[in-house]
Design a protein around this ligand. Structure first.
Ligand code: NAD
Length: 529
């Protein structure tokens, strides 16, 4: 068994009066240290703050299902096949030799976190992130879901052309046992016309309320049939066009529900699935870029205290961009333009070759440098209050995104980026990146991470100052930002795109839940005598 797939029964134990372990829970006290800043006449007055919290994590990992919308697509079929390969210890021949299944590319399964220093050697100690708190093992996920294409899962894997033939050959009987995806809702107006030929497995009729109830029943049946404690509902279906935000239609929870009742044309399939999951009290995650979470869906999630997260998997080009843009701006270098070109030849690329679906992806890919620019107004002119046009938004690098469909390259996506920057005293620097990667093999571990984290976060409760009872976290799971191109955050709060900051947030949160404070690279012991 590859180390990333291994089961390690012993989690770390924190010995401290702040951390209490019982059979059922891990309860930890945590001091959240921050600072309040008052700005007046260009002067900043900073007051350190300390807010006491307690976190309570249920230790028992429930039996968890993962229902994917788009199950028969490249990501859906690849995720199922790779989990089954891991579960059944299927190794396969490639031209390089024997390949073992693993979970490389999953933050939770394949990366580590520094938990401290061994006193006798002064060496740092790192543990797998999945050891910090009890998390569901990917091999234990019960897999299922919907697709508008009714192809059985073994055939869907063949159609995807992602995995080596020898793996496909061996995993095929296990995939066949998954059967066919459940029929899904198909509203042709939302995805590219070129997808129509796939749509042979659709829930009949046009009544959206009937469709909603059908999906809710699917979730309930799946849960009951497999005796699950939790089902994560995950959109990995085609990218949809944006829904228009229309007052009275999708702006409030009640309006969204009424629009479903009236079968309003602006209710997209993904919004319908999100509403179904929210009403069933199961987490919903959007792995594609469209605005599934119209304002009314967010308020519905708040009202139902049901978890949502997204948007769009941050797998290749954008992940690198959220590292490079931060590196440049934090180094005091000023990117003047970022030009990104992609071409790919899988079904996702085919769907994105239609303008409205491309538009969703373009929006999702474009906002990724905004927070870095906003954080450095030494390099970029700030917005001018009362101004019109560009000046009102403040200075920003030129940023373009192009995506082209090139069938020949199949699932092997190519991303070409140019970062053109101003350096010292009028100099210029140009960085060119050529990133070639197997798209679905980068994306599927992110689906796993999102599902595993979402399940964990349903088991974490918190208690703030003055609260007597533990309460669930806020429904928009912004801790999932690391895996998302356009992170959904609590309305009114800032989006963090920087990959480093997103990882720190996650690491600090997991540590806080076991009473370990801070994520400090201060390493004072190495700076003092
Ligand atoms: P894919 O086209 O291979 O699979 C999508 C599947 O969704 C298809 O099988 C299709 O039949 C199905 N589908 C379409 N509409 C549906 C509906 N209403 N209900 C149920 N099923 C429906 O695409 P993929 O490569 O698996 O990518 C899936 C999604 O993830 C896309 O939206 C893509 O933009 C997004 N994404 C992928 C990556 C990546 O690197 N692969 C990265 C970020 C985001």
């Amino acid at each position: 068994v590859h180390p990333t797939a291994a089961r390690r029964p012993n989690y770390i134990t924190v010995q401290s009066e702040n951390t209490v372990y019982t059979d059922d829970h891990i309860t930890a006290k945590y001091l959240d240290r921050g600072a309040d800043v008052m700005v007046s006449d260009g002067q900043f007055t900073v007051t350190p703050t300390v807010k006491p919290y307690a976190f309570q994590t249920t230790r028992k990992v429930g039996k968890t299902g993962l229902m994917m919308i788009g199950l028969g697509g490249n990501n859906g079929s690849t995720l199922c096949a790779t989990i089954l390969a891991n579960k059944h210890h299927i190794s396969w021949h490639t031209k390089e030799g024997i390949q073992q299944p693993n979970y490389i590319g999953s933050l939770l399964r394949a990366s580590t976190v520094r938990i401290g220093t061994e006193p006798s050697t002064s060496k740092e100690v790192h543990v797998p992130i999945s050891d910090v708190l009890p998390m569901v093992h990917p091999n234990d996920l019960v897999l299922g879901g919907w697709d508008i294409s009714g192809l059985p899962m073994d055939k869907a894997m063949e159609r995807a052309k992602v995995l080596d033939y020898d793996l496909q050959r061996q995993v095929k009987p296990h995939m066949a046992l998954l059967g066919c995806p459940l029929p899904s809702v198909y509203y042709p107006d939302f995805i590219a016309a070129n997808q129509e030929a796939r749509a042979d497995n659709v829930i009949p009729g046009t009544d959206k309320q009937v469709h909603l109830e059908h999906i809710r029943a699917d979730i309930r049946h799946f849960k009951a049939e497999h005796e699950l404690d939790r089902v994560i509902v995950f959109w990995t279906a085609n990218t949809e066009r944006y829904s228009d935000i229309i007052p009275g239609v999708n702006d409030t929870a009640n309006n969204v529900l009424a629009s479903i009742m009236n079968s309003h044309p602006e209710v997209s399939p993904s919004t319908l699935f999100a509403v179904a999951a929210i009403l069933e009290g199961e987490p919903f995650i959007n792995g594609a870029p469209q605005n599934t979470f119209v304002p009314g869906v967010i308020t519905l999630a708040e009202r139902e205290k049901s978890f949502i997260g997204g948007d769009d998997l941050k797998s290749g080009q954008t992940k690198l961009k959220s590292v490079l843009a931060e590196f440049l701006v934090n180094a005091g270098i000023k990117p003047l333009s970022i030009a990104s070109y992609n071409h790919l030849g899988n079904n996702d690329g085919h769907n994105l070759s239609a303008e409205p679906q491309f538009k969703s992806k373009e929006i999702s890919k474009s906002s990724v440098v905004d927070d870095m620019v906003d954080a450095n107004r030494l390099l970029y002119k700030p917005p001018v209050p009362g101004a019109k046009g560009k000046a009102a938004k403040g200075e920003h690098p030129d940023h373009i995104v192009v995506i082209k469909y090139v069938p020949a390259v199949g699932d092997s996506k190519r991303a070409i980026d140019e970062y053109y920057s101003e350096i010292f005293c009028g100099g210029r620097q140009t960085i060119n990146i050529f990133n070639e990667c197997e798209d679905s093999l980068l994306a599927t571990p992110l689906i796993l991470d999102l599902a595993i984290l979402a399940e964990l976060l349903t088991r974490v409760k918190y208690r703030g100052e003055g609260q007597t009872d533990f309460a669930p976290l806020y429904p928009v799971l912004s801790l999932l930002s690391y895996m998302c191109k356009a992170p959904l955050v609590k309305p009114g709060t800032d989006v963090v795109n920087s990959l480093g900051r997103q990882r720190n947030a996650l690491e600090s949160f997991l540590k806080a839940c076991v009473g370990l404070e801070g994520n400090s690279d201060l390493l004072l012991e190495t700076r003092v005598w």
